[in-house]
Write a protein that binds this ligand. Structure first.
Ligand SMILES: [Zn+2]
Length: 348
């Protein structure tokens, strides 16, 4: 016992206790800081998670009903959902706003809902919404325009044409759209033969002097003779891709020889030698190459109205809905067709 007390009073014992205390304090402080860090991460994860998952329909219902955000904020949010292609969420917001929102904005919100249904491809629902707006406010040009687009996409051209009368009364020029809808109606007709369709389209073209691409893209495919006979060569640039892919046997060289652009185009194609250079860079390069390189023309289509670029030609821009605004942009690309035909020839 005496020995124990003696050792307890030993200065070495005090030093050992000191180091033990230092170790215990360091261990607890390290453990506490790790725990705190983990807690911080968990909190941040939880915070960020709410931005990864979108609010459910019921959550949206509660949030909108609470009225913590103004109606304008909800409309902006719905619009950003639409811009990002999340039509489902924006439809949910508009539908809830129609139930609880300000009644003075009811028609505008209904119109936005109809537009979103249209963009999402729910044509029948969009139709019902625009019809509801027009039932109470028949002179709403925006609703009439969208209803016309819905009917056009549904291929109900007669219903679309009926809307031209109220649109015309609202002092809108409907000449082009009337010609366009009549042309689509002819193209989709099951009763007419392809040749009848071609001649009907040419009649429409003569009366409106527009829709060059829509009419001649079809007529060049079905009846190239009639196409060359009625084609306005001064508008060749509008149909450059159609003319470029025209079969050599279907070309009218008498007409081609009378037009500088067509001479350059078909010299670049290698069908004739009627030009030595061109002011258009792509044609100039192809004329200089003289079919010795594996290159051809590539096409992209830009909307003259909104400048959106598409990989395919269009008659109505799906972005701004303008008619007859497609313009071909040229580029030089590798000629895969030539590659393929050379490979086939090498096997013979
Ligand atoms: Zn456009």
């Amino acid at each position: 016992m005496d020995t124990f007390f003696l050792e307890f009073r030993d200065p070495l014992f005090g030093i050992i206790i000191f180091f033990v205390l230092v170790f215990v304090i360091t261990f607890f402080s390290y453990w506490f800081s790790r725990l705190k860090k983990k807690e911080d991460y968990r909190h941040l994860d939880k915070f960020l998670k709410q931005f990864h998952s979108l609010p459910s329909q019921n959550e949206l219902k509660v949030l909108i009903t609470k009225g913590e955000l103004s109606e304008k904020s909800w409309l902006l949010l719905a619009n950003s959902y639409t811009q990002n292609g999340n039509y489902e969420k924006s439809i949910e917001i508009y539908s809830e706003l129609l139930k609880v929102g300000d009644k003075s904005n009811y028609r505008d919100t209904l119109f936005l809902l109809g537009k979103t249904y249209f963009r999402a491809g729910f044509l029948e629902r969009a139709k019902q919404i625009f019809l509801e707006i027009l039932k109470n406010n028949p002179r709403t040009p925006q609703a009439l325009n969208y209803l016309l687009l819905v009917y056009e996409q549904m291929k109900d051209y007669n219903a679309a044409l009926e809307l031209l009368e109220p649109l015309g009364e609202l002092k809108k020029d409907v000449t082009l759209i009337s010609a366009y809808l009549n042309s689509l109606s002819i193209l989709n007709s099951a009763r007419m033969t392809p040749d009848e369709k071609a001649y009907k389209l040419l009649e429409i073209y003569k009366s409106c002097n527009h829709l060059d691409y829509l009419v001649f893209e079809y007529v060049f495919r079905i009846n190239p003779k009639a196409a060359w006979a009625n084609f306005d060569v001064s508008k060749s640039e509008l149909l450059v891709d159609v003319l470029w892919s025209c079969d050599k046997k279907d070309l009218n060289f008498d007409i081609i020889m009378q037009n500088g652009y067509l001479r350059e185009l078909y010299t670049a194609k290698g069908y004739m030698k009627a030009a030595t250079k061109s002011s258009i860079f792509e044609l100039d390069v192809l004329i200089s190459l003289d079919s010795k390189a594996n290159a051809t023309l590539g096409f992209e289509y830009i909307c003259d109205n909104c400048k959106v670029v598409y990989p395919f030609a269009f008659n109505r821009c799906s972005s701004c809905h303008a008619i007859d605004t497609s313009r071909a942009e040229l580029s030089l690309v590798k000629d895969y067709h030539k590659d393929f035909s050379e490979e086939n020839n090498s096997f013979q």
